[in-house]
Each structure stands twice: as structure tokens, then as C-alpha cells.
Unconditional design. Structure first.
Length: 83
């Protein structure tokens, strides 16, 4: 007996594969389109992003939103030690 030849894929199976790849590709495209303005645009255009953020944060005082000492990480140096 000689080497085995691969079986031909039926048209129905090929259509299902194409449909599955199309749906998966569309999902990836939608996720990519959603992430572009959130992640990739600021990464590619940092100066424009910094300018936009300075305008957006013009009247905001960070201490009003997050008081100093709220994130004091030195409190938990040894978390398993009794207080």
C-alpha cells in the first residue's frame, strides 16, 4: 500500500469553513475598530493626545477627586502580621 492521499474537502464543508472564518474575521474587525480610538490612537499620536487631555482636565484638581494619602501602600508592608 502506497502513501495515503488526503481526502478532498466537500463543497458544503468548505462553505461552512468560509462562513466560520468570515464571522470570526468580522468579530476581530469590530473589536479592532472599537479599540483603535481607545488604545492605538493615543499610542500613535501622543502629542495630540496630551494636548486633548490638558484641555479636558483644565479645571480639575486631582486632590478634590482623590485626596492625598488614599493610596498609602506602606500600610500593608506585611499583610499577614497582626496589627
Amino acid at each position: 500500500e502506497g502513501p495515503r492521499r488526503p481526502r478532498a474537502v466537500s463543497a458544503r464543508a468548505m462553505a461552512g469553513l468560509v462562513r466560520t472564518l468570515g464571522i470570526f474575521g468580522a468579530f476581530v474587525a469590530v473589536v479592532g475598530a472599537a479599540f483603535y480610538p481607545i488604545y492605538f490612537r493615543p499610542l500613535l499620536l501622543p502629542e495630540e493626545y496630551k494636548k486633548e487631555q490638558s484641555i479636558n482636565r483644565a479645571g480639575i484638581v486631582q486632590e478634590d477627586i482623590q485626596p492625598a494619602g488614599t493610596l498609602d501602600l506602606c500600610v500593608c508592608i506585611d499583610c499577614f502580621k497582626d496589627p
